[in-house]
Each structure stands twice: as structure tokens, then as C-alpha cells.
Design a protein around this ligand. Structure first.
Ligand code: ADP
Length: 447
């Protein structure tokens, strides 16, 4: 660890790694500091993919999309509370980010869909491996190749200011250290595992479990607030509808399972919601069942489209039945009812018309190819939409809306982009889009 760098990047998730590579490629000397002994943050847990519109990958799949539709669907999904300046930049730079990744041999050639969208724009690796682990592994290869210094087990505890400009950080390593730099990028993620901040902003969610890694405690928000940054939308916390939590670990069962064709049923074996409505609406529908959760139901064909299910099965989260009746018995649901529900659903898929709940996506395949599978799920705290206020140059803003000189932020630590509900696939996208932007804007600031 040197005592001086051009830019200190706090956090080794998608936003931090992307920002570091971008800054390095522009000739700066960055350092990445990570407080945990595990790299990659919540990014490693992301399962669905990366949303972007007007990409060449979409055209390869004969999907014609537009920035405007991407903007509108994200805006409607976010309750029209999104920061429109950030949303515009975000939706118009996803395709460039997909290309940038491809130039770095990170190929997201396959495409799927998540809740709240009408168009397939969720890009993922063609191996169908979960996006997060893949992205972090591949970005870390570039960090190594570029010889960008990265230290784990170093927790940043303060930002240093001199005459209103960022001048470095204080951090806890083995001892307390001071590292000087004229710029800092906050890439510290959210506060889904931060009980104190949840207690302050959303005490109603304190009893829920979380899908987040234990380091997601909102440090970046506290660091930024201490130097005068404005925080926005702090009470907007996303609860993910489909989390398996019957074991000590809460496993998020990604939207791709529904995107590829799974349905949700209640204890009576009946559907109760458009499974690909927004996370907010699906969560509410499951909550309204009275606290028992629900079951994702799928067949072998759907399972084969989502690599992660092999893993879920391996750790014991999946119930299997050779027939629908056998599956129903395993999960204690009335067999006739479940058979009726599935046969009605298969008819809806065939006619592409879900008369019960108006689902229009994730209807490429029916549920007819045994064995059949069920996964018990319930909602859990997943993502914090609130965070530090930035402009589209990723400059952190103070209460008066003025940039704090030298302080930048990207990724989940930022507030405003998602309004009151984040669409699946937009968080990986925001780490790459705004991570790149932060690297570029730091370069401009220092030039
Ligand atoms: P994003 O998706 O926005 O990149 P992630 O959750 O993937 O966010 O990554 C954020 C990373 O920042 C995590 O690995 C987290 O442990 C790390 N981090 C959070 N607070 C600090 C801190 N005070 N010092 C160093 N690293 C931190």
C-alpha cells in the first residue's frame, strides 16, 4: 500500500472494479480498498443479468428495442419516482457498456427477461452461469492483468477533506492508515444488511431476512453524509419476492426462473399473481397470502434454462416429483388443484393469453416435461434504492445540489435511479454504466 494514489476506490463489487479498470485505462493510478476478506460484494450474488437496449446481442436474437422503451419501462416500474437525469444517462449507455465488456472478453451473448419488462433485454453469459460470479471473476482477471492494486480487509472509516476538496481517506487495516488522493469513488454498495440504517429508515423490515452479503452495511452513505453529501430515497428498500429461506442462509431464486416459464402457486395449488409483474407487486401478492410464502413450480425444460437451479438442488432447496401429483404430495398441496392450475396455465401459454392474471412474458415454454420441481419462497430484503445524491457525471452532491470536489459514487450506494422499485437486471447494469462513467469523470476532474 502506497501513501498516495490518483484515485481511491472504496469497494470491490461491480462498480468499483469497473471504475478501477476504466481509470487505469485512462492512465490514472487507482487503488481498490475492500473491507471484507471476500471480493465482489453483492455483485457476486446477482443472478439474472444486465439490462441494456439497442444492443448488437439483441439484434442477433432478432429483438428490436429502444432506449425510449427501456427508459419508460424502468420509469413505470419505479413508480415514476426515478431521477430522470440518471435514468436517461443509464438507459442510453447500456449498449456501450455491453460493448465495453465484450472488448474485455466478457461476453453476455444470451438474453432473458425479468419482472416489469416487456422486451428481452437482460443480457447474460451464454453458459447460462449466474451473471454476478462470472462478471466479478472476469473483471478481476483485468485487475490482475493491469496490475491494479487491490487490498482486502481494509475498511475505510473517514473521507479526508482539505479546503472543501477530497484529499484521501482514513482506513482500518492492521493499524489505522491515511492514504492521500485527490479523488475518491464510493462503490460501497447498499445497506440491505445494515440493521442500524434499516432501523432508522425502515423499521418495519427489521424482521425480514436479507439476501445481502454481511458487509452491505451502508458505510458509504455514512462516509458521504459526514462530508456533507445529500442522501435521497432512503426509505425505498426493495424486498425481493422469491427467496428460499428454509435453511440458515437466504437464497435468492432469481427472476430468470420465472422469466423462463415458472409459475407461482399458493398453499391451495392456485396461481395468485402475474409472476412477472414488478418485484414490488409480486412481493405484495405473496405477503397477502398471510405469511406462509408460496411455491415456484417448474419442469425439466425450464430447469435446463437456468443453471443456478442445479446449485439450488444441490444445497437441498428443490423438491422433485416424477409427476405433478407426486410433487403435490411432497409439498402438501392438493394434487387435483395443482394439476388443474398447471393445465390451465399450459393452455394460456399455448394461446399466449393469460386470462387470469394478464401475464405476457416468460411464456415461451409450458410446464409439461417431467420431472417437476417446486421451490418454497418468501420475500426478503434485497436492495436499497436510496443512497447518495449524484448527477449524471457521478459527482456526489451536497444538500445545496453542488458537487463535492473530488468525490464520486457509482452502484448501489447511489440513490434515485430506480425510484421506488428496481427492475431486475438493472443493478448489474448500473454498476458497469456508472462505474465506467466514474472512472472517466475522475480522469476529467484530474486533467
Ligand atoms: P456494487 O454492486 O454497487 O458494486 P457491491 O455490494 O457489489 O456494490 O460491492 C460493494 C463492496 O464495497 C462490498 O464488497 C463491500 O464489502 C465493500 N465495502 C463497503 N463498505 C466498505 C468500507 N467502509 N471500506 C471498504 N470496503 C467497503
Amino acid at each position: 500500500l502506497k501513501d498516495h494514489y490518483d484515485v481511491i476506490i472504496i469497494g470491490s463489487g461491480g462498480a468499483g472494479l469497473t471504475a478501477a479498470i476504466q481509470a487505469h485505462e485512462l492512465g490514472l493510478s487507482p487503488v481498490i480498498l475492500e473491507k471484507m476478506d471476500k471480493l465482489g460484494g453483492n455483485t457476486t450474488r446477482a443472478s439474472s443479468g444486465m439490462n441494456a437496449a439497442e444492443t448488437s446481442v439483441q439484434l442477433d436474437h432478432k429483438i428490436v428495442d429502444s432506449f425510449e422503451e427501456f427508459y419508460n419501462e424502468t420509469y413505470v416500474g419505479g413508480g415514476k419516482q426515478n431521477n430522470t437525469e440518471l435514468l436517461k444517462f443509464f438507459t442510453e449507455h447500456g449498449a456501450l457498456a455491453i460493448d465495453w465488456l465484450a472488448q474485455h472478453d466478457i461476453k453476455l451473448d444470451d438474453i432473458t427477461i425479468t419482472g416489469g419488462m416487456k422486451t428481452m433485454r437482460t443480457h447474460r453469459p451464454s453458459t447460462l452461469a449466474p451473471i454476478g460470479g462470472y462478471l466479478v471473476t472476469e473483471l478481476l482477471k483485468w485487475i490482475a492483468k493491469d496490475e491494479i492494486p487491490l487490498f482486502d480487509n481494509i475498511k475505510v472509516t473517514d473521507l479526508l477533506l482539505e479546503d472543501g476538496h477530497i484529499a484521501g481517506v482514513k482506513a482500518d487495516a492492521a493499524n489505522e492508515v491515511q492514504i492521500k488522493a485527490p479523488s475518491v469513488i464510493l462503490a460501497t454498495g447498499g445497506f440491505g444488511a445494515g440493521k442500524d440504517l434499516l432501523a432508522k429508515y425502515r423499521s418495519d423490515l427489521l424482521n425480514l431476512r436479507t439476501t445481502n452479503q454481511p458487509g452491505a452495511t451502508g458505510d458509504g452513505l455514512k462516509l458521504a453524509e459526514k462530508v456533507g453529501a445529500k442522501l435521497v430515497d432512503m426509505d425505498q428498500v426493495q424486498v425481493h419476492p422469491t427467496v428460499q429461506q428454509d435453511t440458515p442462509h437466504a437464497f435468492l431464486i432469481g427472476e430468470a426462473v420465472r422469466g423462463e416459464g415458472a409459475i407461482l402457486v399458493n398453499n391451495a395449488g392456485q396461481r395468485f399473481v402475474n409472476e412477472l409483474d414488478t418485484r414490488k407487486n409480486v412481493t405484495k401478492a405473496i405477503d397477502d397470502l398471510g405469511g406462509t410464502g408460496a411455491y415456484l413450480i417448474l419442469d425439466r425444460d425450464i430447469r435446463n434454462r437456468v443453471k443456478a437451479i442445479e446449485f439450488y438442488d444441490h444445497v437441498g432447496l428443490v423438491t422433485t416429483g416424477q409427476t405433478i401429483a407426486e410433487l403435490a404430495a411432497e409439498i402438501n398441496v392438493n394434487a387435483d388443484k395443482l394439476e388443474q392450475t398447471i393445465s390451465k396455465w399450459n393452455q394460456a401459454v399455448k394461446n399466449h393469453n393469460d386470462t387470469d392474471f394478464g401475464r405476457t412474458t416468460g411464456m415461451e415454454r409450458d410446464i409439461s416435461d417431467g420431472p417437476f420441481y417446486a421451490i418454497h419462497i418468501a420475500p426478503a430484503v434485497h436492495y436499497t434504492m436510496g443512497g447518495v445524491a449524484i448527477n449524471h457525471q457521478t459527482q456526489v452532491l451536497n444538500e445545496a445540489g453542488k458537487a463535492i470536489a473530488g468525490l464520486f459514487a457509482a452502484g448501489e450506494v447511489v440513490g434515485g435511479l430506480h425510484g421506488n422499485n428496481r427492475i431486475g437486471g438493472n443493478s448489474i447494469a448500473e454498476t458497469v454504466v456508472f462505474g465506467r462513467q466514474a472512472g472517466q469523470q475522475v480522469f476529467k476532474y484530474l486533467s
